[in-house]
Design a protein around this ligand. Structure first.
Ligand code: CA
Length: 409
């Protein structure tokens, strides 16, 4: 996910939105069954912000409106995999969090333990940075910034090994580890091949050392750019990167057609004998903003929204991504929905008290503390720009679209 490219939209939205009450009347959704759905299909969600959300006072409710553990709600709705991002050290020297869930290893372990308790596997998404990593930025963690390439490779290995051992020692069922996040243009401050391949292999070797059964994934985006995935997968092959899963982000309003998604993933899978999946997707169910911090996708966004902006539209959009991956065949592993629980910490009318919660618990995109690491953080400081793409409403109640994971069978 790349916040930066739509920043002007966020500004505009903050400027023009006003408080609107909101309720979802749809009690159920229609989901066309998936053809050729693999029995082991990954039905995943990335809920990396959830601990910060709960610390900020957010509660989650099942579809009947009963307060329930969110992992129970997800499990009951067919989710079988949890993805969690890990930043090395998303804090200032005095311990103030950068936001975005303050997503450190300790939080990943808390989330992983809950996932395991409810019988769901964990995908650990190492960003190898102290804050957001995406095509526009792949900055090395603070403590690695003065390292030589050789030292950095060693640090990636040691950090991955140590982190993963701690996760495993907590009794967590790790199914997959991602070496980097949307690493089209670099990883851990390294931006050229074959050095990038060396970093990938350092992470990969550490995963293999801890547990040979854990799948190693690499993750890219912008699959709509012609030849992008072909070029990247060739680099991975030519520089002997050891991995199992080629993952891509696929946001329907940014990343081209579903048929291109299927074709591109099929080509990579067949050419290099790899598994493939969608590591991030989402779709808006409303144009409204729930928390006073403008949303990435709004009425003013310069994007084409092929599905209705409604709970049913969101449902169908997600269902169709599952179908596109299933169309790859048995090597198409499945889909992760990105941040479906990043709901408002308070209503839009309480902007000032929301701001205090975002800053204190890191439950928004960024806090003002993050500007020491990320130059964009100051203007990005605030709340959730994803609340209208969640699978829970603004008060934390499960939307009928959450049932997509169950209904696609
Ligand atoms: Ca918002």
């Amino acid at each position: 996910m790349n916040l930066k490219r739509d920043w002007w939209v966020v500004i505009t939205t903050i400027a023009i939105t006003s408080f609107l009450s909101f309720s979802v009347s749809a009690s159920d959704v229609t989901v066309k069954k998936i053809n050729n759905l693999n029995g082991n299909t990954i039905k995943g969600v990335d809920i990396s912000s959830v601990i910060s959300e709960e610390k900020s006072g957010v509660h989650y409710f099942n579809e009947e409106g009963k307060k329930e553990n969110i992992f129970q709600i997800l499990k009951s709705n067919g989710v079988n995999y949890i993805r969690v991002r890990v930043w090395n050290n998303p804090y200032t020297e005095s311990g103030n969090g950068y936001g975005g869930g303050n997503s450190d290893l300790a939080k990943a372990i808390l989330i992983g333990k809950q996932a395991s308790k409810y019988g769901m596997k964990l995908l650990v998404d190492f960003h190898y940075s102290d804050f957001w990593a995406d095509p526009s930025k792949q900055k090395a963690p603070k403590s690695w910034q003065n390292l030589s390439y050789d030292q950095k490779q060693k640090s990636v290995y040691a950090y991955t090994l140590d982190s993963l051992q701690k996760i495993k020692q907590a009794g967590i069922d790790v199914g997959m580890v991602q070496i980097g996040n949307e690493t089209n243009n670099g990883i851990a401050g390294t931006s050229k091949w074959p050095e990038m391949a060396g970093i990938f292999n350092s992470g990969s070797a550490a995963v293999r050392k801890v547990d040979k059964n854990i799948l190693v994934a690499v993750h890219f985006t912008d699959i709509q750019k012609q030849g992008n995935d072909k070029w990247i997968s060739k680099q991975l092959h030519d520089y002997n990167v050891d991995y199992d899963v080629f993952a891509t982000s696929y946001y329907p309003y940014w990343h081209g057609s579903l048929s291109n998604l299927t074709q591109s993933l099929s080509d990579v899978s067949r050419t290099y004998n790899k598994k493939v999946m969608v590591a991030e997707t989402s779709y808006p169910y409303t144009y409204q903003d729930g928390d006073g911090f403008g949303n990435t996708i709004s009425k003013d966004s310069n994007v084409v929204l092929d599905y209705p902006v409604s709970v049913q539209g969101q449902t169908t959009a997600l269902r169709d991504v599952f179908q596109a991956v299933a169309n790859v065949g048995s090597t198409g592993l499945g889909v992760f929905y990105w941040e479906p629980a990043w709901v408002p910490v308070g209503p839009q009318s309480n902007l000032e008290s929301n701001r205090l919660l975002w800053e204190k618990f890191g439950s928004g995109w960024a806090t003002t503390n993050a500007s020491e690491f990320d130059a964009d953080a100051e203007k990005n400081a605030g709340g959730s720009s994803w609340d209208n793409q969640a699978l829970f409403d603004f008060k934390g109640k499960a939307l009928p679209s959450l049932k997509t994971f169950k209904y696609i069978d």
